[in-house]
Design a protein. Structure first.
Length: 284
């Protein structure tokens, strides 16, 4: 078994200001999207300019932060809003939802497309390959924070957590136990699947011209598939638990529309492309 290295969530401190690794990971993700977008915009045949990339990243940053926080409060912390609506503004206490951030980015893409008089999925297809490295960085931030662990397991790469820092994972163990049972490092699974693998597939897929909606559809479909799979080994949120069947989680429920939407977009993309092709009159 591996032992969690007990990383400090605080990267550095300047007087009373503490800068957390999780926040830095967001900055790294946004910077990666900006650099990749600038590089793509500079390629021959691109209809994007550097200024357009700057703007779409700015719009997306607002969408991720606002949507991610509001989504978390609505999907996972609704009781906190009922207790005090101002809790939604307490971003320093943590709590961000990918699905809420996605909704925020979808709205941001719409506003950007309207400003530049572009079709919605012209923007969506450009933005989609820029997202996964940010997801990778965010999951590494989760790992450094020591959150979102999976179920107990005996796989060789499972990790034991120090009970001093993570007493909730050592509940019920004899007094003086040093480490928790070995757990799935589900944050790293997500970093590898939703981050690196999804980036590699989308970057390769989008290097050649594809039908409009195809890149966006593939992003939704693959992210939904990867997230749904990892949820089987990831512990559900303690205050929510399983929603049904002793395995269905909130993350899986929120992912189902992504799977369906991605499949529909891919079908429409290639269906419309095929419909626009001239038919062979010899074969009908």
């Amino acid at each position: 078994m591996l032992t969690y290295p007990d990383l400090d969530p605080v990267a550095f401190q300047l007087g009373p200001l503490r800068v957390h690794w999780y926040g830095l990971m967001y900055l790294i993700g946004f910077a990666a999207a900006w650099l990749l977008g600038r590089w793509r915009a500079s390629r021959p045949g691109s209809r994007w300019t550097a200024a357009m990339v700057d703007d779409v990243v700015f719009y997306s940053v607002i969408g991720v932060i606002a949507g991610g926080r509001l989504g978390y409060m609505l999907f996972y912390g609704y009781d906190q809003i009922l207790a005090n609506p101002l809790n939604a503004l307490k971003v320093w206490e943590g709590g961000m939802s990918f699905h809420g951030g996605l909704i925020g980015v979808l709205i941001a893409i719409g506003l950007f497309a309207r400003r530049y008089q572009l079709r919605y999925f012209q923007v969506g297809d450009f933005v989609a390959p820029l997202v996964p490295l940010g997801l990778f960085a965010g999951r590494i931030g989760n790992f450094i924070n020591g959150e979102l662990w999976g179920h107990a397991t005996w796989v060789p790469w499972a990790m034991q957590l120090p009970c001093v820092r993570f007493p909730e994972y050592c509940a019920g163990l004899p007094a003086g136990t040093a480490f928790s049972p070995p757990l799935h490092p589900s944050q790293l699974y997500e970093a590898g699947l939703e981050g690196l693998l999804l980036f590699a597939v989308l970057w390769w897929f989008s290097r050649r011209p594809r039908p409009t909606m195809a890149v966006s559809g593939l992003f939704l479909l693959l992210y939904g598939l990867f997230r749904f799979m990892v949820e089987f080994v990831r512990q559900p949120d303690a205050h929510i638990g399983y929603l049904a069947f002793d395995w269905l989680t909130m993350g899986q429920v929120l992912t189902l529309p992504m799977l369906l939407g991605g499949a529909i977009l891919l079908a429409l993309a290639y269906g419309l492309r095929d419909a626009d092709r001239p038919r062979d009159h010899a074969t009908g």
